[in-house]
Design a protein around this ligand. Structure first.
Ligand SMILES: [Zn+2]
Length: 429
């Protein structure tokens, strides 16, 4: 599984690539695309479908009974990660250099992007006759770098920290050129796509670290990669959904919802706060065999959401940042995340259920509760819980360096999480 996990991480430099890669893996396993604008289709028990929407994807396998009779088993995670987005008019020309202006997306730790070999990836819209079309682009070679300032010119850097202004300090060096009119990024994209530079209309592009995912540690216990938050949970959900195909078809309908835009608040046409999942669930209830009255609310009243997002492992140098009895460790199993103000959607009922899922899968589990004197992060769980009025438990695998350009997690945790989720999709009550 770790080889598949590394391949998934490397194939997914942006949320658009992650969703497309998920679609490819699902299609290879027998899932077929569903046209959400198309007319109703009969969904027989065992039907396996997915809907791809840019950087988000929903996949489902219809259970043996209509969801109104047996409910949904949903796993939600997010495809996006903090990064540096390239502006629409990015070329900055100073001192004979061309830099690309960027805008931080989500909670970027700026300093972790310095002095790295950076590629460029994302989605580009090009003119196509009297229409437009999207092209996924991945310029996977060292193109950009954001150089640090020498310590001789910044004597306080180790005592004061590396302070970086995103407008002034983060534009990425792309070229050395005195040409005042050239647009080298546009030319690069046109060459990659095979179109005229003028045919490029707009883009959603970001920089990404080219270093591939790597297994490390004395005994191979660590994994280093960009975007573990939250491609780790996405991959565990995918593995679990596909593994569930090996077992008998349960009564419950399995749903995997991988949302874009979590790192910027989830409020968008395809984010976790949107009506998208609700619309698709309603359609499944109506198109699945039986079509009962009042189906969606009946289905949701007996459904569960497992919201999976990475968790804070205790850092050996900063153990005082954790509550002493809630210190998740790498390779010690999935973490149940609870917060009394519902920054995480967990309450005792969901925690008890997830503990039993881990037991049934034969994997360890751990708890995370924030220190009572620190503000707590959040994720898609409470948003979907509120939108759908569905019982929710928030979980995630432990990691270090969250939101760094290069994060780390434990190699044994990934199969543990996938095994617990597979029990969930398998219909355990
Ligand atoms: Zn996250």
């Amino acid at each position: 599984m770790i080889d598949r996990f590394r391949a998934w991480l490397d194939a997914s430099p942006t949320s658009f690539h992650a969703a497309a890669e998920a679609a490819r893996l699902l299609a290879a396993a027998g899932y077929s695309a569903l046209d959400e604008a198309g007319p109703p289709e009969a969904l027989a028990p065992g039907s396996r479908r997915f809907i791809l929407r840019a950087g988000s994807i929903l996949a489902f396998r219809v259970g043996a009974r209509n969801p109104a009779e047996a409910g949904f088993r949903m796993v939600a995670a997010h495809t996006d990660s903090p990064n540096l987005r390239i502006k629409p008019r990015p070329h900055l020309r100073e001192q004979g250099y061309v830099r690309l202006g960027v805008e931080p997306y989500g909670g970027v730790i700026h300093a972790t992007w310095m002095d790295r070999d950076l590629g460029i990836a994302g989605r580009v819209y090009v003119r196509d006759g009297d229409r437009q079309r999207a092209v996924l682009v991945d310029l996977r070679r060292p193109l950009c770098r954001i150089p640090t300032l020498a310590i001789h010119l910044n004597r306080g850097v180790n005592d004061d920290g590396m302070k970086l202004n995103p407008q002034k300090d983060l534009p990425a060096l792309l070229a050395q050129s005195d040409d005042k009119t050239a647009e080298p990024l546009r030319d690069l994209l046109a060459a990659a796509i095979g179109c005229e530079p003028a045919a490029i209309l707009a883009w959603d592009l970001s920089l990404y670290d080219l270093t591939p995912a790597t297994v490390s540690g004395l005994n191979g216990e660590f994994l280093h990669s960009a975007r573990l938050d939250n491609l780790g949970s996405c991959h565990a959900g995918l593995e679990a959904l596909l593994a569930a195909d090996a077992g008998p078809l349960p009564d419950t309908t399995a749903v995997l919802a991988l949302f874009d835009h979590e790192e910027i608040g989830s409020t968008s046409e395809r984010g976790a706060q949107s009506a998208w999942l609700e619309h698709v669930l309603d359609r499944i209830v109506r198109d699945a065999a039986g079509d009962p009255a009042g189906g969606l609310s009946r289905a949701l009243a007996q459904s569960w959401l497992v919201s999976a997002d990475m968790a804070h492992a205790v850092h050996p140098a900063f153990a005082d940042k954790h509550d002493p009895e809630h210190m998740p460790k790498l390779n010690a199993g999935p973490v149940i995340k609870q917060h009394t103000s519902q920054r995480y959607g967990t309450e005792a009922e969901g925690a008890a259920f997830f503990l039993r899922l881990c037991e049934a899968a034969g994997v360890p589990s751990q708890w995370f509760v924030n220190r009572s004197d620190l503000a707590c992060g959040s994720t898609v769980g409470p948003l979907v819980a509120a939108r759908l009025a569905v019982r929710t438990v928030d979980v995630g695998n432990p990691m270090l360096s969250m939101h760094s350009a290069r994060e780390m997690c434990g190699t044994r945790d990934q199969p543990h999480m996938a095994a617990a989720m597979a029990k969930f999709f398998g219909g355990m009550r």
